[in-house]
Design a protein around this ligand. Structure first.
Ligand SMILES: Nc1nc2c(ncn2[C@@H]2O[C@H](COP(=O)(O)OP(=O)(O)OP(=O)(O)O)[C@@H](O)[C@H]2O)c(=O)[nH]1
Ligand SMILES: [Mg+2]
Length: 306
């Protein structure tokens, strides 16, 4: 382990990259111990860079969750795809550690992870590999897989983890802590993220939209924060707009007699209450807007360049 000679504290950034659905957001949430970044079984759930903060002992890590790195062929527009890809690769700039996460159940040769490794190799980046979802795969398959990745010579170390149940995560976390350089902390000790709370709240609703409509609702849905008001009793009134591309998508979100949106709002509100530590009153409206993926306002709001 590095010893910090002059400064007692250490601080730095670690970026988590990987193919869509490999478990990046699940890993971030597990390491920081809070449900910060949204998770779903849909590919390309994460749309923006999410910074989760972990302060442990003398070390502070800014853990960066990124959109999945992919090559086209999804339901999102070209403009959104490009902005997401750019956000993912940009997160490596200035990172003190890079974790490439790969889904063990889909890590075949020539797959999406191999394409990312090729780029990392060209960039001469040193990387830690986390082979994820080991809870879903037979142990005898893991060793040859690790050996194949090791031969690429891109990785300093390889960890076998389950971001879902935590296997191997403490070891990976210790490794990341050891890689942080000496320096002053960049955020207050108890801060969880650098994202504004209103965006975290919008993300909580988007997660419920994904989780509760399964494959019925296309990827093209967005949640915009409209207003945020703190009441005298410290409860928060949050208003958000759900943007969908077509009238029939609106019907899916509303559900029969409004049952679906009620369930979505209920679950999202509970998640926000845990995240913000207070009572939340959530008001959702659904609007049809087939052009939101082309609007610059959306990209600015979520910190995606365009
Ligand atoms: N069995 C198992 N499932 C996992 C594990 N890690 C993540 N998952 C599941 O894999 C799916 C995708 O997880 P996410 O954390 O959203 O993946 P991601 O890489 O952030 O995905 P994008 O943001 O879409 O690129 C979810 O259904 C998770 O519950 C794991 O270790 N084991
Ligand atoms: Mg994600």
């Amino acid at each position: 382990m590095n010893k910090s000679e002059n400064t007692p504290t250490r601080a730095g950034f670690a970026a988590i990259i990987g193919a869509p659905n490999s478990g990046k957001s699940t890993l971030l949430n597990h390491i920081i111990g809070h449900k910060l970044s949204i998770v779903s079984s849909k590919a390309q759930t994460t749309r923006m860079r999410v910074l989760g903060l972990l302060t442990e002992g003398e070390t502070q890590i800014g853990l960066i969750d990124t959109p999945g790195i992919f090559s086209g062929a999804t339901g999102s527009s070209d403009k959104l795809d490009k902005a997401m890809l750019q956000a993912a690769w940009q997160s490596l700039e200035g990172a003190d550690a890079i974790v490439l996460i790969t889904d063990a159940t889909t890590s075949q040769a020539g797959g999406k992870t191999d394409l990312i490794i090729e780029t990392l190799s060209k960039q001469k980046r040193r990387v830690i590999l986390a082979i994820n979802k080991v809870d879903k795969i037979k142990r005898e398959k893991l060793l040859p897989m690790a050996e194949r990745f090791n031969e690429t010579k891109v990785f300093d170390e390889i960890f076998m983890i389950s971001a879902l149940n935590g296997t191997g995560v403490p070891e990976l976390k210790s490794k990341l802590i050891s890689l942080m350089p000496p320096g002053p902390w960049l955020f207050p000790k108890d801060q969880l993220s650098d994202l504004p709370e209103r965006l975290l709240a919008a993300e909580a609703t988007r997660e419920q939209l994904f989780c509760q409509t399964y494959d019925e609702l296309p990827y093209s849905v967005a949640v915009l924060p409209e207003s945020w008001e703190v009441k005298k009793d410290k409860s928060i009134v949050i208003r958000q707009t759900i943007l969908v591309a077509r009238p029939n998508h609106r019907a899916i979100v509303l559900g029969k007699n409004g049952a679906k949106i009620k369930a979505i709002g209920h679950a999202a509100r509970q998640q926000m209450a845990v995240l913000f530590g207070c009572t939340v009153h959530l008001f959702l409206q659904v609007k049809v807007d087939d052009a939101w993926q082309e609007k610059n306002e959306f990209y600015r709001l979520f910190g995606l360049s365009n």
